[in-house]
Design a binder for this molecule. Structure first.
Ligand code: FES
Length: 381
């Protein structure tokens, strides 16, 4: 094949420009300031303040909400930027153990910019029990970054949210109701809040005070007949009675409530993309006691710790006083992601690891029960 080349005037001009490029650059460099570049930039400083990783938080107030629920208010070191519906990991040293647990944030995002954040805790499990019985005003804790996607996503979710809350699962919805009231969250929320009795309802007075055009609350009692309340469980008929049009359902409560709500929401023809559930922490496995040994590599150090087969690998590490990364404690965030060198384990509930994690031997210690001695490489916290 024969090629024809055309002489192009513009190509010639490009060459001229190229020739001038070096002297022009020298000229521009000479014009520049000789002052050294700043060590940090304002945008990085702001990012550090908004997302410090971990920060200390001083307990400033404890309020009893119900017989087994208290709200703890902390003053944070930095403004604490979060979205209504998110959770945060609270931790401290209890005896020889490094303990932490995620709690949904019950205060408004606006208040947190003023360095005030509240967590509502139901008395159950080791750390919550410690908070309930031992924590006092003035104590200092560690607070992680806010996490989780149990939030309204304007692009993906309907403009109307339907919240299904069971017991202390009302916590993130209380934060949302405050955010709707102060205008920092732009959607409507109808909250169905279920409890056994009226006395077990947390934040009833506060929620009632927030009722508006955009926020409604329906209380549902399962074990008590009382005027002014709905009774039984939160089902399709009840939702149809109070809600019309398109909505995104957000569920926060015990696993039994999710199983019941799944069927009810399916009967309403709600597509799965319109259903969000807040994950529950992994609990204790119901098997006879059995102790295994974990060999754990963190950085250049190696530790040998005992592990109770009924508790997760993460709990064993914390009981041994090791500081290891953890946020959701439900297999969802991947923060505790660790390399398994040897040993066997059982995943609690659904295995939420990525395909690549399974292929290359990574586990989530937060939702893995040891089934033999194990060797692990765990990232530094
Ligand atoms: S702490 Fe979130 S996956 Fe383990």
């Amino acid at each position: 094949m024969a090629f024809t080349f055309k002489r192009q005037i513009f190509g010639f001009m490009d060459l001229l420009r190229f020739k001038k490029m070096v002297p022009k650059r020298r000229e521009k460099l000479a014009e520049g300031s000789s002052a050294p570049l700043p060590k940090t930039y304002r945008v990085n400083e702001t990012a550090k303040i908004l997302h410090p990783g971990y920060q200390s938080a001083k307990l400033t107030r404890i309020e009893q909400n119900t017989a087994d629920t208290k709200t703890y208010t902390f003053e944070t070191e930095h403004p604490f930027y979060f979205r209504a519906g998110q959770y945060v990991t609270l931790g401290c040293k209890v005896g020889e153990s490094e303990v932490s647990r995620p709690y949904a944030i019950s205060s408004a995002p606006k208040a947190a910019l003023g360095r005030r954040v509240s967590l509502t805790v139901k008395k159950c499990g080791f750390f919550s029990g410690y908070l309930f019985d031992e924590a006092k005003v003035g104590d200092v804790f560690t607070l992680g970054d806010p996490s989780g996607d149990f939030c309204h996503e304007p692009v993906k979710d309907a403009e109307q949210l339907v919240g299904l809350a069971g017991g202390s699962g009302v916590t993130p919805f209380y934060s949302m109701a405050q955010a709707i009231a102060d205008g920092t969250m732009d959607c409507a929320l109808t909250l169905f809040y279920g409890a056994k009795t009226e006395a077990e309802l947390i934040f009833k007075k506060e929620l009632d005070a927030l009722v508006s055009e955009k926020f409604k609350v329906v209380y549902v009692l399962s074990d008590e007949e009382k005027a002014g309340y709905e009774h039984g469980f939160i089902g399709a008929d009840l939702i149809k009675k109070y809600v019309s049009g398109d909505f995104t359902a957000m569920l926060c409560g015990p696993a039994a409530m999710y199983a019941f709500a799944d069927k009810e929401l399916a009967s309403l023809g709600l597509p799965l993309r319109r259903i969000k559930k807040e994950a529950n922490c992994v609990g204790v496995r119901d098997i006879p006691p059995q102790t295994y040994t974990l060999t754990v590599h963190i950085g250049f150090d190696t530790y040998t710790v005992p592990a109770d087969a009924r508790e997760t690998v993460l709990t064993a590490l914390e009981r041994a006083g090791l500081k290891v990364p953890a946020k959701c404690r439900a297999g969802g965030c991947g923060f505790c992601h660790s390399k398994l060198v040897s040993g066997s384990f059982l995943v609690a509930g659904a295995d939420k690891r990525r395909i690549a994690d399974k292929k290359f031997g990574y586990i989530h210690p937060c939702c893995s029960y040891p089934d033999s001695d194990m060797e692990l490489i765990v990232p530094k916290a």
